[in-house]
Write a protein that binds this ligand. Structure first.
Ligand code: PLP
Length: 399
């Protein structure tokens, strides 16, 4: 069996400095020095293993960063206070005024708004493309292009990016391939597949408790060092620092990620198959009807299934809204945005997590107003949950 960092996630998690099963929390913003020369070396980025100030590096945050790097199979990682700050710091580190990004057009609404509305203020412009069409990606490349950006499994239509093929294009043109792997931790390992940088919203599956906002950037030692550089690093200078108490909490939740992902995937597949059997349009990479079903099969770490996200199309916004309220009443889960919680969460992307994308654009990329996105929970009895969904659908006239 080939080496899969994701399969050995528990081996990475270290224990405490004093023999405790958990590492201690370093609750300090600043650190003492015993010589002026040493402090100067740290400022110049030359004193490995020394701590300076917690916006730069904090030992507890370093534990979580290292665990993320090991999970991802990257040389190094930097944790941040949100997924959005991981994405914005990555792009601002890689691009300067005049540079261009080629991005998938079906991405998280916040990322879309960042590229569409915010980065142009700094002279960084983005071409949004159908990332599954490699010819279109190639055609958009010019001398200004710096980055190809995709989500391994995209929000909310669950399109799958062909990371090895995108890597080939990126390498031919000396571009950096950035992949957001928020929807597919452990099941897809983009670094292994060829991505240069992997970004995460740890808020979702990785933390899994819906109790905080957090992010991570995984990449080469040189790239992560550049983000931390005291004179020019986006993480150091913009400063999205995670609180070390929170880093410790996420670190502990990471230990059960492999068990949770198996259960999320198992339940999602059950719901996707059975809702499809009711004659509804269902988007799930594990279904034969999914356009990239074969492609994802070629990239997947088979131990973790096809992921916990399922999107259905009930065709009509009003019916979608009615159904979500009914499902909440029937204890299917919660009508809430976000994902990766132990309970099923559902929301309507068009009016929530993708509402940053203008209506005309939504239509073009197949974002129907009747879509409902499910983050399927780790329910023990998914057949019972399906029964409740079916009952709610009948009640709302969907089936
Ligand atoms: C939630 C999410 C983000 C943003 O992460 P935050 O932690 O909310 O800042 C980015 N990408 C994807 C795919 C997401 O689902």
């Amino acid at each position: 069996m080939s080496y899969n960092p994701a399969n050995e996630i528990q081996d990475y998690l270290v224990f405490g400095e004093f023999g405790g099963v958990n590492p201690s929390i370093e609750d300090s913003s600043t650190f003492t020095f015993l010589s002026a020369e040493r402090m100067e070396e740290v400022f110049q980025g030359r004193a490995e293993g020394c701590y300076l100030y917690s916006r730069h590096i904090n030992p507890t945050n370093e534990y979580l960063s290292r665990a993320c790097a090991l999970m991802e199979g990257s040389e190094c990682a930097q944790i941040t206070s949100s997924g959005m700050s991981a994405i914005s710091c990555t792009l601002m580190q890689l691009c300067s005024a005049g540079d261009e990004i080629i991005s998938s057009r079906t991405i998280y609404g916040g990322t879309y708004a960042l590229m569409k509305n915010f980065l142009p203020r700094f002279g960084i412009n983005t071409h949004f493309v159908d990332i599954t069409n490699l010819d279109i990606v190639k055609n958009k490349i010019n001398e200004k292009t710096k980055v190809i950006y995709c989500e391994s499994i995209s929000n909310p239509l669950l399109e799958v990016a062909d990371i090895p093929a995108l890597k080939k294009i990126a390498a031919e043109h000396n571009l950096v391939l950035v992949a957001d792997n928020t929807f597919s931790p452990l099941m897809l390992e983009p670094i292994k597949l060829g991505a240069d940088v992997v970004v995460y919203s740890l808020t979702k599956f990785v933390n899994g408790s819906s109790d905080c906002i957090a992010g991570a950037i995984c990449g080469t030692y040189d790239f992560i060092s550049s983000l931390r550089d005291v004179g020019s690093g986006a993480c150091m200078l913009i400063g999205p620092v995670m609180d070390p108490i929170r880093a410790s909490s996420i670190f502990k939740n990471l230990r059960t990620l492999h068990v949770r992902m198996v259960q999320h995937s198992k339940n999602a597949r059950y719901l996707a198959e059975n809702i499809e059997k009711l004659g509804m349009r269902v988007f799930y990479p594990g279904l034969k009807s999914h356009p990239q079903h074969k492609l994802i099969g070629s990239m997947l770490n088979p131990d973790y299934g096809y992921g916990g996200m399922v999107t259905i199309d009930v065709k009509d916004e009003e019916i979608a809204n009615k159904l979500m309220i009914k499902m909440q009443e029937e204890h299917v889960g919660y009508f809430a945005v976000s994902l990766g919680f132990y309970k099923t969460l559902f929301s309507s992307p068009g009016t929530s997590t993708s509402s940053e994308i203008p209506k005309e654009e939504q239509e073009k990329i197949g974002l129907s107003p009747g879509l409902i996105r499910f983050s399927v929970g780790i329910d023990h009895d998914i057949e019972r949950t399906f029964g409740r969904i079916k009952h709610s659908m009948k009640d709302c006239g969907v089936i």
